[in-house]
Structures are given as structure tokens and as C-alpha cells.
Write a protein that binds this ligand. Structure first.
Ligand SMILES: [Zn+2]
Length: 301
């Protein structure tokens, strides 16, 4: 519906409409001043990650290097909330890490660069607002002493980038936007099952098992419901769905997950498992990926 209206609009009107649409959706779910989740901070020794809820079910992430107090923000769709978090933490916001060009991820970039001077805006797609650091697979940069590696994961959009973040002995983290969700993956808007298979199995799937996964949306509960439909006997999914329900009742995020948890609970990372292939009635992993994505698109739970 929204996309049909947008095809007929000039760009300036399009941005206004998208903004109004997402804010109306958020208002209907969270009320005037509410957010969908509490803000939670994951405090490691060198690196701190503050989870910032936005819109109806999006997450932004403030990454802080404890030594220098330099910081970066992932997908800052709500610039006011970012501004507040930066001031509360008394950090220097230097960088914006954009996963992809969709409005609910990149829609705050233009405003944010007006609030903060000299911001470096990273991303892998020219459609990203205020982009001034175009990156590709394997590119490296730093947030203070923290190392960031760019991982191209095209499929949800052609220019989608995941950011793999490491700091000395701290547990690594990966910011996966709309490629990998806890229990699921993004829709294949601009790509194929082959590409999502490559992203999940060959790019993200080879990261260390303990890597914390910070994704773009709070979709975990409904994703796990689908996972249990695919694998009704998967004990790891049964346990996690119970935990996710308890978290959501308390308005707590179900983020971060880990690569290891995803390998045991996420059907899209389990397309090589006989149980998932059997459900899809396929004998190879890429056809299984295509089949279960199509099924999930129409899944009502
Ligand atoms: Zn998206």
C-alpha cells in the first residue's frame, strides 16, 4: 500500500510520507511518549553498547570506546534520542554506521549531521542519506581504539553492510541490520536466496560463535514461532521462545543474540540441517532457503 503511493511521489514528499507512516505506526503501538522496549547497556571492559529502541520495533545502537569516549551510532533513525544518549553518556559522537538505505534505518542521517559537526557517515549504498564514507567488503576503520570491519551482505538490499566490531579481549559484536535477525532474516527485496545463503552461512556464519548479534528489529518472538513451525522438535527454540516471551512482557529487548544461538535456533542459518530441508521438501540448502523465506512471508503463526 505505502509502496504504491510512493511510486507516484516526488522525493521530498516521499520522505515526508514515509516519516509520517512510521511515526503513526509507532504511535499506535507505543503511545505518545512510549518506546517498544527499555534501553539497556551491554558493558564490556573496552567497549560499551547501549541499545536504543526507536519507532515501532527498530533498534539503534550507541557503540562507545571506553578509553577515548569516542562513539558511533548504528542506524540513527531517531536523532533526538541519539542526541540525548550522547549527552547522558558524555561521549564524542564521531561516526554513523548505516546498515542499509531503508528509511527506518537511514532516515535520521540528514538531521543528525546537522546536530553534530564533522560526522563520518558510513554505508555501502549511494541511496543512504548524508553518506560521506562509502565502504565495501573488508574495509576497516576505527571507533577510538575499537576495530570495525565491513561485511557486504547484499539481498535485503543490494548495498547492505554488516559491521563486525572487536576490541582487544572483549567479546566481538556484529551489527546485522535487516540481514540477520534473532531467529530470522530480512526479506529478499533486492536479492536472491543464493545471496542470503552466502550472507548467513559464509559471511556471518564463520564469525566466532560467541559474537554478539545486534540486529535492526525486535522480531524475535514471531521469528521463533516460525522456527518452531519449521522444526517442532527443536529444544533450543522451545527454550528461547519462552525466554523471549518473558523478556517482552517486561519490555526488555531480546537483543543481543549470539552467532552460536542463531546456529541452533534460526531456521535460515540452519538450511543445511536435514530437519529444515525435510520441512521445505528440498535437498539443497539454497532451495531450502528460498522455500522457507517464501513460507515465512505468508506465515501468520
Ligand atoms: Zn530494511
Amino acid at each position: 500500500m505505502l509502496s504504491a503511493v510512493l511510486r507516484a511521489c516526488p522525493a521530498w514528499l516521499e520522505n515526508g510520507l514515509i516519516s509520517a507512516y512510521f511515526r503513526a505506526k509507532s504511535l499506535s503501538t507505543n503511545g505518545f511518549s512510549g518506546t517498544h522496549s527499555e534501553s539497556v547497556t551491554i558493558d564490556l571492559s573496552k567497549m560499551k553498547v547501549q541499545i536504543l529502541p526507536a519507532l515501532q520495533d527498530n533498534y539503534m545502537y550507541l557503540i562507545i570506546d571506553e578509553a577515548t569516549k569516542d562513539a558511533a551510532i548504528v542506524d540513527p533513525v531517531d536523532p533526538d534520542a541519539v542526541y540525548k544518549a550522547v549527552h547522558e553518556n558524555q561521549v564524542n559522537l564521531k561516526k554513523v554506521l548505516t546498515t542499509h538505505h531503508h528509511w527506518d534505518h537511514a532516515g535520521g542521517n540528514e538531521n543528525l549531521v546537522k546536530k553534530f559537526q564533522h560526522l563520518e557517515v558510513y554505508g555501502g549504498d549511494e541511496r543512504i542519506g548524508a553518506l560521506n564514507r562509502r565502504v565495501k567488503h573488508g574495509d576497516l576503520f576505527k571507533i577510538g581504539n575499537i576495530d570495525v570491519k565491513c561485511l557486504e551482505t547484499p539481498c535485503h538490499t543490494t548495498g547492505h553492510i554488516c559491521y563486525y566490531v572487536t576490541a582487544d579481549q572483549d567479546t566481538p559484536a556484529v551489527f546485522t541490520g535487516d540481514t540477520l535477525f534473532a531467529g530470522g532474516c530480512g526479506r529478499f527485496f533486492e536479492g536472491t536466496a543464493d545471496q542470503m545463503h552466502n550472507a548467513l552461512i559464509n559471511v556471518l556464519g564463520i564469525l566466532p560463535d560467541q559474537t554478539k548479534v545486534y540486529c535492526g528489529h525486535e522480531y524475535t518472538e514471531s521469528n521463533l514461532k516460525f522456527g518452531l513451525h519449521v522444526e517442532p522438535n527443536n529444544e533450543a527454540i522451545k527454550q528461547k521462545i519462552q525466554w523471549a516471551r518473558e523478556q517482552r512482557e517486561k519490555k526488555q529487548p531480546t537483543i543481543p543474540s549470539t552467532i552460536s544461538e542463531e546456529k541452533s535456533t534460526n531456521p535460515f542459518m540452519r538450511v543445511n540441517e536435514p530437519s529444515v530441508m525435510d520441512h521445505a521438501k528440498q535437498s539443497d540448502a539454497i532451495a531450502t532457503m528460498a522455500t522457507i523465506r517464501k513460507e515465512k512471508d505468508g506465515f501468520k503463526g
